[in-house]
Design a protein around this ligand. Structure first.
Ligand code: DAH
Length: 339
């Protein structure tokens, strides 16, 4: 019995020496101290021993069991500690490491210019209207006093979706949509994309942006138009800026004009930016045609109004000295990052 125990002790020592993981230790515990374990079997057989032998063998068996239990405990603790340390080390965050920078997005230059213009007009009491880019012929042309076969239709090469549906060629249709829904006084701008089937080059694009403006009330005159638009340009390019109006023709305004402003670069002396003119064209405008008011259910005897249309790309090109319109739409990061 004693030999048997010594044998068990030796094999336990060896097994413990080789065990390096929790499940190996658990297997050792079961092998020796489990219900059917080798040491358990010896302890169970103690009854058969003589009274003299029993205390000696009992003491030895207990010693081996204690040794085994303690060793397994110690080893378990050691393994747990090592695992925990490894985990902590693996998960350690070095707070002194430089952070990874998120690339910062920016607003597209055209959006920046649109926002700047919208700010100016909102400061003058205008609100902002939004409408569809796929538009009825009625709003884009018909109601604006541009009937079928009108020569003005040729000036705006139109993308047709269906017989009576187009991609809007101008934001002017928003005048009609606003007037149909709103009773005067009206003071509104409508920024947005417009489409024309132009071949693209440095100054033409099949899609570009306009801001439409509309003011309707009692006693609105050409003086209101001039005052408002002059104030707008001074806010955009500075107090020193001068404006001039040239007579023009638009079917939906009468009288109509184009407005130029004194070149922001040379102040009017003539330079490469204004091509020696001293003036740069910025918008089309006019007094809302009585027929257009009437088309929208507003009595032209009672109310008058003025309207204007601004091309956003032209303003952005001037502002940032950009000479090719296509740059706005190619979305090359090297270009966009500069704004
Ligand atoms: N819709 C015109 C265009 O695309 C611009 C314009 C001119 C708008 C005169 C207006 C206006 O509201 O009164 O060329």
């Amino acid at each position: 019995m004693k030999d048997k125990l010594e044998q068990i002790r030796a094999s336990v020592e060896r097994a413990l020496h080789d065990a390096d993981a929790m499940d190996a230790l658990e297997n050792i515990r079961i092998k020796y101290m489990g219900k059917k374990g080798e040491l358990t079997a010896v302890l169970k057989g103690m009854g058969k021993l003589s009274p003299e032998e029993r205390p000696k063998i009992g003491a030895l068996a207990n010693e081996i069991r204690n040794r085994l239990e303690k060793e397994i405990d110690d080893r378990k603790t050691a393994i747990m500690t090592a695992l925990e340390e490894k985990k902590l080390k693996d998960e350690m965050i070095d707070v002194t490491m430089p952070g990874r920078k998120n690339a910062e997005g920016k607003l597209h230059p055209l959006t920046q210019v649109k926002n700047e213009l919208a700010e100016i007009f909102m400061g003058m009491g205008f609100s902002i209207a939004d409408g569809p880019e796929v538009e009825y012929d009625y709003y884009n042309f018909e109601a604006l006093n541009i009937p079928k076969n009108h020569p003005a239709r040729d000036e705006q090469d139109t993308f047709y979706i269906a017989d009576n549906i187009v991609l809007r060629t101008q934001t002017s249709g928003m005048q009609v949509r606003v007037m149909e829904k709103t009773k005067p006084p009206i003071r509104v701008i409508a920024p947005g994309k417009v489409y024309r089937s132009d071949t693209q080059d440095a100054t033409h694009s099949p899609v570009f942006h306009q801001i439409e403006g509309l003011v309707v009330d009692k006693n609105i005159t050409m003086a209101d138009l001039k005052g408002t638009l002059e104030m707008f340009v001074k806010k955009l390019y500075g107090e020193q800026t001068r404006v001039r109006f040239r007579p023009h023709h638009f079917p939906f305004t009468e009288p109509s004009a184009e407005m130029d402003y004194s070149c922001f670069n040379c102040g009017g002396k003539g330079c490469s930016v204004c091509k020696g003119e001293g003036w740069i064209e910025i918008l089309g405008c006019g007094m809302v045609h009585p027929k257009v008011l009437a088309n929208c259910g507003i009595d032209p005897e009672e109310y008058t109004g003025f309207a204007f249309g601004i091309g956003l790309e032209r303003i952005a090109m001037g502002k940032y000295s950009i000479n090719d319109l296509r740059l706005f739409f190619e979305n090359d990061m090297r270009f966009l990052k500069q704004f």
